[in-house]
Design a protein around this ligand. Structure first.
Ligand SMILES: *Cc1c(COP(=O)(O)O)cnc(C)c1O
Length: 378
């Protein structure tokens, strides 16, 4: 199959060619810097395309026990596990399959280190107290942050009982100079501690696949850091790997007017593209044109009053039955799909490099029903 006009909307279309363009940049970064890259599954875990990604990256990083298991089973390589809060059962389940286990606090480390020793390399998340993030909600260094150990709270002896540390302090950071400054701040503040370790992970959020990003500058800074502290460096990219690879394809089912024209489509941000809503970041539509004379709200078919994808202008009036491609819909979307309003769940396809379209997932009424109850009271 290589025509997508017959596919029933809504659906996600992952483009292999675009994915490989991002992965080639990842390969360059690795080659120039010596850094290892593990895919953050919380951003993207559509394992049906992992065979495309595997040759380029070193493994995965996960939080919940199911993510860890999925990474281990479907991706392989190095499996990193970090959670803001592990239960004892989580630790027991994860320790057997993880290569690295990273605790969020010194109390969790003390409580569970003995369960991990001899099985996985042990790490601790530190909070550098500095960050690069557009919104407070996504800022790991926000006031009263619960993410990682603050510098002032570190017990120096802790470094005798761990192999590495993780810092995560970036969100969609497209500015290499800003990242290098963070790196220098960490080196200065935590350097004496880092010198005692085997590995340091610098987390995710470094947008090295953004057009024009100076990968060489990033690589030089990472290489210098790893040599200065004699550690293996890791990055944990999510968004950077799958950015701009995937459209959410929808159909206009109605057009209504109330001072503005709203085109209602057969999808909803609340159910299928949740971060549009959470971060109040409008989506982009492939068919829109900045100079267009016909403005529309692209509205969701959910019941939530403010649920819309964006406002956009078009060269021609939109028509009922017409398809729209909502761009850049891979990250933090498929991992957050939900059944709100009993909407049809988007199916998931991959357009291979040779043009073939392969189905990775489809959902039906039974998936919806089972997600709500499997047994009724009697
Ligand atoms: C969210 C997260 C990532 C991935 O972030 P991206 O912005 O998608 O690159 C990596 N590491 C940790 C600890 C995270 O919380």
């Amino acid at each position: 199959m290589n025509a997508d006009t017959n596919l029933t909307t809504p659906y996600f279309m992952i483009d292999e060619k675009k994915l490989i363009e991002n992965l080639e940049k990842a390969k360059t970064l690795k080659a120039l810097s010596g850094v290892k890259l593990v895919l953050a599954l919380k951003c993207f875990s559509t394992w049906g395309v992992f065979d495309i990604i595997k040759p380029y990256l070193d493994g995965t990083t996960s939080s919940g026990p199911f993510e860890v298991k999925l990474g281990h089973e479907t991706f392989g390589g190095e499996t990193h596990a970090y959670s803001v809060g592990y239960s004892e059962q989580d630790v027991r389940d994860v320790a057997d399959i993880a290569d690295k286990m990273i605790f969020n606090s010194q109390s969790q480390l003390k409580a569970y280190r003995h369960l991990v020793e001899g099985k996985a390399s042990v790490g601790l998340r530190l909070n550098p107290g500095v960050s690069y993030a557009g919104q407070d909600l996504a800022d790991p260094a926000r006031a009263f942050s619960r993410l990682g150990v603050q510098f002032d709270h570190i017990e120096a002896s802790v470094f005798e009982s761990i192999d590495g540390v993780m810092f995560h302090m970036n969100c969609e950071n497209k500015d290499v100079d800003a990242f290098v400054l963070l790196l220098e701040a960490i080196s200065e503040r935590f350097g004496d501690y880092l010198n005692q370790l085997d590995w340091v992970s610098l987390g995710g959020g470094v947008f090295f696949t953004w057009p024009g990003y100076d990968i060489e500058k990033l690589a030089t800074a990472l290489k210098a850091f790893s040599e200065r502290h004699n550690v293996q460096l890791y990055l944990e990219p999510g968004e950077a790997i799958i950015t701009k690879t995937t459209d959410l394809v929808v159909t206009v089912v109605d057009i209504v007017e109330n001072e503005k024209q709203t085109a209602i489509v057969d999808s909803a941000t609340e159910a299928h593209r949740l971060d549009t809503l959470i971060y109040n970041e409008p989506a982009s539509i492939a068919e829109a044109s900045e100079q267009g004379q016909y403005p529309y709200v692209i509205g969701s078919c959910s019941c939530l009053a403010g649920d819309q994808f964006c406002e956009a202008t078009f060269d021609e009036p939109l028509k009922i039955g017409q398809r729209l491609h909502i761009l850049d819909s891979a990250g933090y979307t498929m991992v957050k799909l939900n059944w709100f309003n009993g909407l049809r769940m988007p199916s998931i396809f991959c357009r291979r490099e040779n043009g073939d379209i392969q189905k990775l997932n489809e959902f039906d009424y039974n998936d919806f029903k089972r997600s709500l109850s499997q047994w009724s009271v009697n």
